[in-house]
Design a protein around this ligand. Structure first.
Ligand code: IPM
Ligand code: MG
Length: 369
């Protein structure tokens, strides 16, 4: 029996709890069929936590996250909390977790399943076989820079402001993650910035260049301006292997990359921190949001959440075979023609979250037999 691993589940809001429940069933399956078990605890986060405790993230939940071996995060937010004070909005919980846990590297793979190549809004030949990894800087840049705020100028005018800043250390550490990943894949890194306009990202480009020359001369490094990168992602996404970029550009470009795969409901992510005493802080979450419009309707696509769990098995627990089981089961389900509403195509079978989950468990049985 593999030693128990401390896993904290934070389902959150909207469809978060529904897709988390799917993973819980898979976790039960692993305990029974693979002798892989986790010491699972859960907590409230986002709007759910605000409703109960008046804050989107309590100190207790934060402390649990800091000591867990991995956190599996669902989704947060919704119209219900759009009007509360900015500092108490559900999103602040996620940003605080990222900052406090030191999760500076956000890995967002965009992989097109063969069965879904024609669910993309792009022509199938442009996306089939796509396997792109976006590495987004996650604890710096304009998301966290100070000063920030909204101030009253006094004559009926107000001024809103944020600060975009990067230090060499912040750039290098996320750069290393990207270069190291590239070595295990296609050996190419494209660093995305806006160095023609913003000094902070001119520094980004200079530091990436130095890092490449010094520590990763074997990896091919190119640079691209963010606006061009957005255009290239929809023109010819397969030109990319690993893309590394700032917090805000990564936020934007990763939604774009996600959609190339057919639906936001397909994309997982891993957020990783620096290794300390053999432990790497880690949080896994689907890229899709809380999708309040379909919450509670048994319609949510659980694939991104399942793939996030699979990434967790790979990156936090080195359970490669078990992660393969999940990835192969997802692939088989899609090939068999089952589709949630978001990826429904003509001639396929539209199913609910629960029907898809039952099928997933049967497919895992089959894969493991
Ligand atoms: C994401 C989300 C978050 C972000 C929000 C919910 C704070 O869009 O993870 O991409 O902007 O980072
Ligand atoms: Mg986003």
């Amino acid at each position: 029996m593999t030693a128990n691993k401390k896993l904290l589940m934070l389902p959150g809001d909207g469809i978060g709890p529904e897709v988390s429940a799917v993973v819980s069933r898979v976790i039960d399956w692993f305990a029974k069929r693979r002798q892989v078990s986790f010491d699972v605890s859960d907590g409230l986060v986002g709007g759910a936590s605000y409703d109960k405790h008046g804050t989107p993230l309590t100190d207790e939940t934060l402390a649990d996250a800091m000591t867990a071996d991995a956190v599996l995060f669902g989704a947060i937010g919704g119209p219900k909390w759009d009007t509360i004070d900015f500092s108490l909005r559900p999103e602040r919980a996620l940003l605080k977790l990222r900052k406090e846990m030191g999760l500076f590297a956000n890995l967002r793979p965009a992989v097109v399943f063969p069965a879904l190549a024609d669910a993309s809004s792009l022509k199938p030949e442009l996306v089939s076989g796509l396997d792109l990894m976006i590495v987004r800087e996650l604890t710096g840049g304009i998301y966290f820079g100070e000063p920030r705020g909204i101030e009253d100028l006094g004559w009926g005018e107000r001024r809103g402001f944020n600060t975009l800043e990067y230090t060499t250390k912040e750039i290098r550490r996320v750069g290393r993650v990207a270069f190291e990943l590239a070595r295990k894949r296609g050996n190419r890194v494209c660093s995305v910035d806006k160095s023609n306009v913003l000094e902070s990202t001119l520094l980004w480009r200079e530091e990436m260049t130095k890092l490449g020359e010094k520590e990763f001369p074997d990896v091919e490094l190119s640079h691209m301006l963010a606006d061009n990168a957005a255009m290239q992602l929809v023109r010819d996404p397969k030109q990319f292997d690993v893309m590394v970029t700032t917090n805000m550009f990564g936020d934007i470009l990763s939604d774009c990359a996600a959609m190339l795969t057919g639906s936001l409901g397909m994309l997982p992510s891993a957020s990783l921190g620096a290794e300390e005493n053999g432990r790497i802080p880690a949080l896994y979450e689907p890229v899709h949001g809380s999708a309040p419009d379909i919450a509670g309707k048994d319609m949510a696509n659980p694939v991104a959440m399942l793939s996030s769990f699979s990434m967790m098995l790979r990156y936090s627990f080195d359970l490669q075979e078990d992660a393969d089981l999940i990835d192969n089961a997802i692939s088989a389900l899609l090939s068999s023609g089952l589709r949630t509403a978001d990826i429904m195509q003509e001639g396929k079978a539209k199913v609910s979250t629960s029907v898809l989950t039952d099928a997933m468990i049967r497919e895992l049985d089959k894969q493991a037999a």
